[in-house]
Design a protein around this ligand. Structure first.
Ligand code: SF4
Ligand code: SF4
Length: 164
């Protein structure tokens, strides 16, 4: 997996032009069965890919923390939300709360999330490949294929399965 992750940004950059064209067409004419297809591709890919051998999202990107995330996680640590924020978070250029440091502070050495039960919503949903109306998050997906090997494979499979 390490080699796959190392090669991923280069492979994603080689596919960028192709992927942009594909998603432009997809946004114009999403197939009727898109939600169903994404569910199928997502499930098949995550049967092959074990996130515990990867954790690249936790190591390189980290999530946004919503206010609800902050309240839930602070409670878990028995901290006041403000204390949790000052210890672990900062505000990014888009005014969102993000981690102060990467890899994520809550990532264990075994790639297990130490706050799994209360982890941010963004962590639960990443890489969003089972999301309904997937064509609406194509700009985000263009970035995610350089981070997440599963998202990369899913987009490659989409290109084979959806003919415009
Ligand atoms: S979601 Fe993607 S980047 Fe994150 S651990 Fe799983 S395969 Fe790796
Ligand atoms: S909170 Fe957990 S799942 Fe989210 S980035 Fe950190 S280690 Fe990964």
């Amino acid at each position: 997996m390490d080699e796959v992750i190392r090669q991923l940004p280069k492979k994603a950059s080689e596919k960028l032009k192709d992927n942009k064209k594909f998603f432009t067409r997809l946004r114009k004419r999403p197939p009727k069965n898109l939600d169903y297809l994404m569910q199928e591709l997502h499930t098949a890919e995550f049967q092959r890919t074990d996130c515990l051998n990867c954790a690249n999202c936790c190591k390189t990107t980290g999530p946004l923390f919503t206010n609800t995330d902050i309240e839930r996680i602070s409670k878990h640590f028995r901290l006041k939300p403000q204390k949790f924020i000052s210890e672990f978070l900062e505000v990014d250029e888009e005014n969102d709360y993000v981690l102060q440091q990467l890899p994520c502070t809550f990532l264990g050495a075994d790639n297990l999330c130490t706050i799994y039960e209360v982890r941010p919503k963004a962590c639960r949903e990443f890489p969003h490949t089972d999301r309904k109306k997937f064509h609406k998050i194509s700009n985000l997906t263009l970035k995610n294929v350089a981070i997440c090997p599963a998202a990369f494979n899913i987009v490659e499979e989409m290109k084979k399965r959806i003919k415009h």
